[in-house]
Design a binder for this molecule. Structure first.
Ligand code: ATP
Ligand code: MG
Length: 290
């Protein structure tokens, strides 16, 4: 395998031989990032949990949108946490759908009553459910930079009106399906980020098709909230790295975020609780035991 790229959490390789030569091997590591820092401490099984969750979602969505997964038959060293994917020509857009207001959406709303140019009613607070789900795209940042929210018009200008409309439609359709599925299982899908690319023509997908890539609907790409604890007006408890974020910001961690340095190594108890949180989300969503 030829190494192509390492992101904060995943490593990409090009398959060199066999049926899938030229395609991608996407390996999910056990690394975890908070506040754009990759931590020194890893979370056991995280890569496998997220890979299996993403595969489960691709299947649930297969009738809505084609996906990039070709095979889960991968080298033994990465079995369970890697997938062979069709190499797509990715659109330079992070396709975000939001059904609830929080995070960067909340910041934009507070600054101007809108998110990515979509006006919202007055009086919304952290965790409010939106009148209807909205498409709030972002531009993909370079390593270490933050993604930047942009308007739909900016996306249309960049990739053309037809593709922009198609991405918006697909993103909102995926969100609607996933939100419903999650809600039936006691989880609110507050928002999610998708990435799409164009197929060059592979096993299932005809050349030119718009295909769902990357990983989907994992706690790294989405906010999942326990429905029973939802209470607008505060930060919602969530099935992701919140435990780690809270710990890093606590006096116990002794970390000065403003210093620009990475957070200290995690205590084993924080690692264990975080792992348990990922397992819980996996089991609730898929109905399968880990
Ligand atoms: P970050 O850590 O901020 O997410 P990153 O997005 O560069 O950084 P990863 O998410 O780990 O890092 O890497 C996955 C990369 O692979 C992304 O750049 C994504 O756009 C790209 N990618 C995902 N699926 C495909 C695909 N099917 N074909 C081509 N590129 C893909
Ligand atoms: Mg990424």
């Amino acid at each position: 395998m030829r190494h192509l790229h390492s992101g904060k959490v995943r490593d990409l390789y090009e398959v060199q031989e066999g049926e899938h030569a030229g395609q991608l091997l996407v390996v999910a590591s056990d690394r975890l990032s908070i506040f754009d820092f990759v931590l020194d401490t890893t979370i056991p099984d995280k890569g496998e949990i997220l890979t299996r969750m993403s595969l489960w979602w691709f299947e649930q969505l297969a009738d809505l949108v084609p996906h990039h997964v070709l095979s889960t038959d991968v080298p033994a060293a990465v079995r369970g946490r890697a997938v062979v994917c069709e190499r797509l020509d990715m659109f330079p857009v992070e396709c975000v759908a939001r059904g609830y207001l929080t995070g960067s959406g909340l910041l934009d709303y507070r600054a101007g009553g809108a998110v990515c140019g979509v006006p919202l009613p007055d009086g919304l607070v952290d965790g409010s459910r939106l009148p209807e789900p909205i498409f709030t795209p972002a531009t993909k940042a370079e390593l270490g930079e933050h993604d930047e929210n942009v308007s739909y018009a900016a996306v249309a200008e960049r990739i053309g009106e037809a593709d922009a409309a198609h991405l918006r439609e697909l993103t909102l359709a995926v969100y609607a399906r996933a939100e419903e599925l999650a809600r039936e299982r006691g989880i609110l899908l507050a928002d999610t980020k998708l990435e799409f690319g164009r197929s060059a023509g592979a096993a299932r997908n005809p050349a030119g098709a718009v295909v769902l890539g990357d990983e989907v609907l994992t706690p790294d790409s989405s906010r999942f909230w326990p429905a029973a604890a939802w209470e607008p007006g505060r930060t919602q408890p969530s099935y992701d790295k919140q435990i780690v974020r809270n710990w890093a910001l606590s006096p116990e961690a002794g970390w000065d975020r403003a210093s620009g340095g990475a957070p200290p190594p995690l205590p084993s108890e924080v690692v264990e609780r975080t792992r348990a949180r990922y397992v819980e989300a996996y089991e609730l969503l898929t109905g399968q035991s880990w």
